[in-house]
Write a protein of this length. Structure first.
Length: 148
């Protein structure tokens, strides 16, 4: 074996989510609702990374995520890379892009906002890393949000 051997087994088909900041690994798993899947999921964190110092990796067998699911990740980990795997080969790499609107993922930080007082999903408009609540217009930095 090489000294640089893989710490997590390769998957035949599915998605590998890489370059997750270690402290965000479980938030990514939560946002993608990985606990509800019936396919094998491998979650690893605190792996050495030249770019991040340490990183998390999530491997999901036989699952390919929609663009909507992927865009949700931009809230917690905007620089992750998704590797699409078929027959043990990476056939495509996708980077996360922040959508123009985010719904039902982030909590509004205005305690008087209707979304914090009525049973309704949040809705934000996104511009230059600033989330603006659709209902109360309160703004917040995308890097300092609280998930719903």
């Amino acid at each position: 074996m090489q000294k640089n051997e893989m710490l997590v087994a390769a998957i035949e088909n599915g998605t590998v989510i890489d370059h997750i900041p270690s402290e965000k690994t479980y938030q990514v798993a939560q946002l993608l609702k990985l606990s509800e899947l019936e396919t094998p999921v491998t979650i690893g964190y605190n792996f050495r990374s030249k770019k991040l110092g340490t990183k998390g990796i999530i491997k999901v067998e036989n699952k390919w995520f929609t663009d909507e699911e992927i865009s949700r990740l931009s809230v917690v980990a905007p620089n992750i890379v998704l590797n699409i795997i078929k027959n043990f080969e990476v056939i495509e790499k996708k980077t996360v892009t922040t959508p123009d609107e985010i719904r039902g993922i982030v909590k509004c930080n205005n305690p008087k906002c209707i979304t914090n007082n009525e049973p309704m999903p949040t809705h934000f408009h996104v511009q230059d890393g600033i989330l603006s609540c659709h209902y109360c217009e309160k703004e917040q930095d995308i890097n300092k949000v609280e998930l719903v």
